[in-house]
Design a protein around this ligand. Structure first.
Ligand code: ADP
Ligand code: ZN
Ligand code: ZN
Length: 734
């Protein structure tokens, strides 16, 4: 009789939308490692899975268990800690565990690729003749900029770092190589632990906050740094980071976005040299993976990144920092739904390390947690620079003739500030040329074929675009209904505002920052240089300019067209408006000149506008919080939202009715409110009809009991391509 070996099994997580893990047979149980990826036979094809545990018996009949394929990794790509975190997320957010685990990996590793050793090229400067340097400086400022950046680095720059200096670094470096001004090597930079630039002396408030935090940092604790714009929060972060580096620990530093505009990257580089990696979605998968790998290997000590960088692997993580913690971009709204701030707090708790969250306009949730003494609460109420942030002044735009969306008074203020050699920031959160295109005969409007939304005119593209699905069409020459040729556009977007300002202020550069303007990148870099050097100019932008910038020459900021928020159906709209208003106004007066901040509105008597003009953030936040309490909304209630989308509204609501059916007993027993199904705010989007079913309770435990009791049954409600449903725990909007 042939010898029959004892079979061993392992369970694997696979990235499919099922709430379960899968068993496979494995050959050498003592050799396998938890957290490595395998190629696994699955259905007719194969999938990648992450090994979670080994055991002696399988959950299904042993002879029906398939054998796992090749192992793709030499070492685990997910630590046991991250697996535990993902498991918690899967349980809390009710998302399939396999999908959550893969979400924790850099995209590059989500596919069945073998891990490739990261070898990074570093460019170093050669000693060059003064004549050559002069020639480079004179003929190509951009080459010179690259050369300087390389020379000023500790030990050369890699591709990723060069890209941050200039997007077209490749050609520039190639030319510098030809000129023998630089050369490259495969090498790791040596890391020094002394800060590179001299440190400003902390002011009294900063010093106090810093020493209090330090004394509480030994174990898990959440610290909210609630400091007005420009109060030196970043400086406090830097000190705390430096302390971690001195103890040979690593830091994850999350920010809402790292655009091309990121001044922060430069600041971090000036302070910490090349001891950091950057990761965000504008990088390629391979680059994100390289950043992840360099941090994992300990080659760099700081991971500066956006939301998903939270899952960076580290064997000696000492601190997590989340800047602008109120920012909506921390909430992932598709795929795996989670809130990065909340998951980060969980991660810190599991590792027993401190976490620091900061904002000039903290979320109501975090303020509430401070009030209930779940978080430590620190305030910075002064700017270390000369002037306090300006108060917001309302400009009444009723009954005045607007030019390019600006009232005469606003234009006059802009003129005044430019005349004083200052910079002016105009915030308009609407890209494109005009948001409404319509027939003035019959009232026909250009709307999207696939969404319940209007099309925006983009004049430079000579197209109408849908900002929700990307649908584009040529600008029609006549009305879609009555054949009239009098098509007109109404309202104003950043593209039009830019044109208008260029016409009105021909002597000053006008810079525009929004998702469309980033197309001509070189131009853009040059414009940013103007801003940095403090020459007078106008800066126009969407939310991309609202935060994270510190340009001391800006002495005036203005918000145009904030009125939409007053009529929004979203309960978060007022909180968002207030945060934006304080963030935008806080961009001005950071240098040694006093700033001014304006908000132009048709509703200057509206209570919220009045509050903005007369109160500080905390007061307004208190008022909004009280309203929320009365209405029984977050942070005084917890929400779980079921969303469905289908080719018809009926199908979507039917699906939610099916889910509601599984919940009813439980919600009644636990007295959890169940609202819906109702059509979503924007019912049709990208060709699908959307509806929602909302569970609401002041008590998270009750809500969780309902979900725990009903989920096994709900999971059986099929989610198909035709009628899809998802659950969103702690949903942002109702
Ligand atoms: P925040 O992050 O709160 O917006 P920053 O850290 O960006 O504030 O600080 C605003 C400006 O003040 C920056 O230019 C920074 O260099 C400067 N600054 C911060 N702390 C100090 C200090 N203690 N002394 C002098 N300047 C400071
Ligand atoms: Zn018409
Ligand atoms: Zn659309």
């Amino acid at each position: 009789m042939p010898h029959k070996s004892v079979k061993s099994f392992a369970s694997f997580a696979i990235a499919i939308p099922l709430y379960r893990i899968f068993d496979y047979a494995i050959k050498d149980p003592q050799l396998v490692r938890v957290g490595t990826r395998y190629r696994l036979p699955f259905g007719p094809g194969s999938r990648t899975g992450v090994l979670l545990a080994t055991h002696n018996s399988a959950s299904v009949q042993p002879d029906r268990v398939k054998a796992a394929g090749e192992c793709l990794d030499d070492s685990p790509v997910l630590s046991e800690h991250l697996i535990a975190l993902a498991t918690w997320m899967s349980d809390y957010y009710l998302q399939p565990v396999g999908e959550v685990l893969f979400q924790c990996l850099p995209r590059y590793l989500r596919k069945a690729r073998r891990e490739k050793p990261v070898r990074v090229k570093y460019w170093q400067a050669s000693t060059i003749e003064p004549a050559l340097r002069e020639a480079i400086k004179k003929r190509s400022p951009r080459q010179h900029q690259i050369l300087l950046a390389i020379e000023q680095s500790d030990c050369g720059l890699n591709a990723l770092q060069l890209k941050n200096v200039n997007l077209n670094w490749h050609g520039l470096v190639r030319t510098l190589e030809d000129k023998k001004a630089v050369s490259w090597n495969w090498s790791k930079p040596q890391t020094s632990t002394t800060p590179l630039e001299s440190l400003p002396e902390l002011n009294r408030e900063q010093a106090e906050v810093f020493s209090q935090m330090e004394s509480r940092f030994g174990r898990f604790s959440v610290h909210l740094l609630d400091g007005i714009t420009g109060s030196g929060k970043t400086e406090v972060y830097f000190r705390l980071i430096q302390n971690q580096l001195n103890q040979h620990r690593q830091v994850i530093y999350l920010v809402p976005e790292i655009g091309l505009t990121s001044q922060l990257v430069e600041r971090v580089r000036r302070r910490f040299g090349e001891r950091f990696a950057i990761s965000h979605s504008a990088l390629t998968e391979r680059q994100q993976y390289e950043a992840w790998e360099r941090f994992r290997q300990g080659e760099v000590s700081i991971m500066l990144g956006t939301r998903s960088s939270l899952f960076s692997q580290s064997a000696r993580l000492g601190l997590i920092i989340i800047d602008e913690e109120h920012d909506a971009s921390y909430k992932q709204e598709d795929g795996i739904r989670y809130h990065a701030r909340d998951v980060a707090i969980k991660r810190a708790q599991m590792l027993d390390i401190p976490i620091l969250i900061g904002s000039a306009t903290p979320s109501l949730e975090s303020l509430n947690n401070c009030e209930r003494e779940h978080y430590y609460w620190y305030r910075l109420s002064q700017r270390p620079t000369r002037y306090a942030p300006p108060g917001i002044q309302l400009i009444d735009s009723r009954n005045t003739k607007l030019e390019y969306g600006c009232s005469p008074y606003l234009l006059q203020r802009i003129d005044h500030h430019l005349g004083q050699n200052s910079q002016v920031l105009l915030y308009l959160n609407r890209r494109g040329f005009a948001p409404v295109v319509m027939c003035h005969e019959c009232g026909w409007q250009a709307v999207c074929r696939h969404c319940d939304s209007r099309l925006t005119l983009h004049q430079s593209l000579n197209r109408l675009l849908c900002h929700h699905c990307g649908f584009a069409q040529p600008v029609p020459s006549k009305c879609g209904d009555c054949d009239n040729t009098g098509i007109r556009h109404y309202g104003i977007g950043t593209e039009q505002l830019e044109q208008g300002m260029k016409k009105h202020f021909p002597d000053f550069p006008v810079l525009r920052i929004d998702r469309d303007s980033i197309t001509s990148r070189d131009d853009f870099a040059r414009q940013m240089e103007t801003l940095r050097q403090g020459e007078p100019c106008l800066l126009i932008g969407t939310q991309m300019i609202a935060k994270g910038h510190d340009y001391p020459a800006i002495t005036m900021s203005a918000i145009l067209d904030a009125d939409q928020a007053l009529f929004s159906a979203s309960y978060r709209a007022s909180e968002r408006l207030v945060q934006t208003a304080f963030q935008v106004s806080g961009r001005s007066g950071r240098g040694d000149q006093v700033g001014e901040a304006y908000l132009q509105t048709d509703f200057p008597d509206h209570p919220l506008m009045q509050a903005l003009a007369n109160q500080d953030y905390r007061k307004i936040a208190d008022t909004i919080t009280r309203e929320r309490k009365m209405l029984g909304f977050p942070p005084y209630a917890r929400v779980a939202m079921f969303r469905a989308d289908a080719l018809s509204l009926q199908q979507a609501t039917d699906k939610l009715d099916e889910i509601k059916h599984c919940l009813v007993d439980s919600t009644t027993r636990h007295q959890v409110k169940c609202i819906g199904p109702i059509p979503a705010l924007m019912t049709r989007r990208i060709g699908r009809y959307r509806a929602q079913l909302c569970l609401l309770s002041p008590d998270m435990r009750k809500l969780r009991s309902v979900l725990r009791e009903s989920m096994p049954e709900i999971e059986l409600v099929k989610s198909t391509q035709k009628v899809k449903w998802v659950i969103d725990v702690d949903a942002f909007d109702l």
